[in-house]
Design a protein around this ligand. Structure first.
Ligand code: MF3
Ligand code: CO
Length: 255
């Protein structure tokens, strides 16, 4: 069941999205060599409180009922960690990259966005990975138009990522979002044009290409949340919550 949102509901999701964007902007500033991911989590938690929002992630139970509830307020995934990195005592070092994934619920509506940020000076190769992943997100967003199908979005993302020499995750997908953080449809970040559900005005999707320098295969750390690349190569992740409207895509997670 895909829930279509009215313009009034989209306006409420936009409010949640503005809060996510503000938190990401602050966190980006705070990323420096020496800061721990737990400190970033605490900053995010305080900002959520200030904006009267709550974390969609904290206490979240994954699809697998045996997983522990997610312990952080945000996800912080460093270097070869792809997504769902659990904040902790790890200190960021010059040359690292960190994906900051922030999802909040505000007045009953969720918004979800992520950026991957370099820590100090990082290699040109790694900067290219970040650039390719962020561009893939925007290429995908461009295809979020009424009349297209989810497969058009998936294929556009995959095409961009592979044209840059990288690989897109086969195991984790983009997703519908609204009253719940994860709603239908699930949208793989790879696939074939013309396939999948039709995009209609009022659909809202958290589009999130997850891209690796090496093979796409992952494993999960013993904390049961942190997803790492099996080959240990760096990975990047960018995400926006986007609405399909008659006038084209509208990004809800902008300042
Ligand atoms: N953007 C992430 C996702 O959709 C947010 C996950 S929060 C977590 O998977 F609690 F599941 F980690
Ligand atoms: Co998401």
């Amino acid at each position: 069941m895909i829930y279509l949102k009215s313009p009034a509901e989209l306006a409420r999701m936009r409010e949640a999205g503005r809060i996510v964007a503000a938190i990401l902007a602050e966190l980006r500033q705070r990323v420096k060599p020496g800061i721990t991911t737990a400190e970033l989590d605490k900053i995010a938690e305080e900002l959520m409180r200030r904006y009267r929002a709550t974390s969609s992630a904290k206490g979240y139970r994954g699809p697998d009922r045996n997983m522990p509830p997610y312990p952080g307020s945000i996800c912080t995934s460093v270097n070869e960690e792809l997504v769902h990195g659990v904040p902790g005592p790890r200190r960021l070092e010059e040359g690292d990259i960190v994906s900051l994934d922030v999802a909040v619920v505000y007045k009953g509506w969720h918004a979800d966005a992520a950026i991957t940020v370099p820590v100090g000076k990082v290699s040109p190769k790694v900067l290219d990975l970040l650039d390719a992943t962020e561009k893939a997100l925007y290429v995908g967003i461009e295809h979020m138009r009424p009349g297209n199908r989810t497969g058009d979005v998936s294929a556009a993302i995959q095409r961009h990522v592979e044209s840059r020499g990288y690989n897109v995750s086969r195991e984790y997908t983009s997703h519908g979002i609204g009253r719940q953080m994860h709603e239908e449809p699930q949208i793989p970040n790879y696939g074939q044009p013309g396939r999948g559900p039709l995009l209609r005005p009022g659909m809202t999707v958290a589009l999130e290409p997850m891209v690796s320098m090496g093979h796409w295969e992952t494993r999960v750390l013993p904390d049961q949340w942190t997803v790492v690349m099996a080959d240990g190569q760096f990975a990047a992740h960018f995400e926006h919550t986007v609405a399909v409207t008659p006038d084209g895509p509208v990004i809800l997670t902008l300042p």
